[in-house]
Design a binder for this molecule. Structure first.
Ligand code: THU
Length: 130
């Protein structure tokens, strides 16, 4: 099952718009009811305005109805075991619990599984804001 999420991330990576960094990234999320949402990084000429693959995937996920995220795969063409950037860890934690599985991948598939909680220890939660 992890491998199919890797393939979804890999297929999304092929759609990356990364002409400036030349660092295509793909991400895929699975909800507990089995829906998969994927995305790639999208860069713009005004560099800080671009965004990450995980963020694109989260946009699809929210517009697709949301739900509990249980698995996440991230892959990059030029880096094995890419991990989500700090901002994306926080974005993922908005919709996925600390027990959500995060698959780190190389060009063949998943090579390591960690949890989102391990990736974002002591993360900020919005509880007090509610
Ligand atoms: N990038 C992602 O898409 N996800 C990450 O978690 C790390 C970085 C993208 C952003 C930018 O388009 C390129 O990789 C180089 O930083």
């Amino acid at each position: 099952m992890a491998h199919d999420l890797y393939l979804a991330a890999r297929n999304a990576m092929a759609k990356a718009h990364a002409p400036y960094s030349k660092f295509p990234v793909g991400a895929a999320l699975r909800t507990e009811d089995g829906r998969v949402f994927a995305g790639a990084n999208i860069e713009v000429a005004s560099y800080p305005e671009g965004w990450c693959a995980e963020t694109t995937a989260l946009g699809h996920y929210v517009m697709g109805g949301g739900g509990r995220i249980v698995e996440i795969a991230v892959t990059a063409e030029r880096m094995a075991r890419i991990t989500p950037c700090g901002g994306c860890r926080q974005r993922l934690a908005e919709f996925a619990g600390p027990e959500a599985k995060l698959y780190l991948c190389d060009e063949t598939g998943v090579v390591e599984t960690v949890t989102l909680g391990e990736m974002l220890p002591y993360g900020f939660t919005g509880e007090i804001l509610k």
